[in-house]
Unconditional design. Structure first.
Length: 129
């Protein structure tokens, strides 16, 4: 009797030795995030954390810092969780995975917008204020 491994990982984005990297499980076709605490997502301190592509990447300001929340699902606990990344990496993730990116209160009516954007030809230029 042979046992099939639970996961079959393929690196699809990022540097696995530095910061977060993103791995496709060829058995489930889901994408997991991995930090430096293990060689594969199921070997990390946090265990397998699937990207929750049903929710957007969410850009927020907190104490004069901008960060982006990556929505995740803990495979073991089947619970929602998240981690953070930089705005620059969030734009790469949004482009790479065709993921919605939401800028919190970017168009608020109180004039305290954290961003301004203009169209310049075929480019969208975003300014963080």
């Amino acid at each position: 009797m042979s046992t099939k491994p639970k996961y079959k990982w393929k690196l699809i984005f990022g540097n696995p030795d530095k910061d977060h990297s993103y791995w496709l499980d060829l058995h489930s076709s889901q994408i997991s995030i991995k930090d430096e605490s293990g060689d594969y997502p199921d070997e990390t301190d946090d265990g397998v954390l699937w990207l929750d592509m049903t929710k957007p990447l969410y850009v927020q300001r907190y104490e004069d810092k901008t960060y982006v929340s990556i929505p995740l699902i803990d495979a073991e606990e089947s619970e929602e969780t998240s981690t953070i990344t930089s705005v620059a990496k969030a734009f790469l993730l949004a482009e790479r995975f065709k993921w919605k990116l939401v800028l919190e209160n970017a168009l608020s009516s109180d004039g305290q917008n954290p961003v301004e954007a203009i169209r310049h030809g075929s480019d969208l230029v975003i300014y963080f204020t």
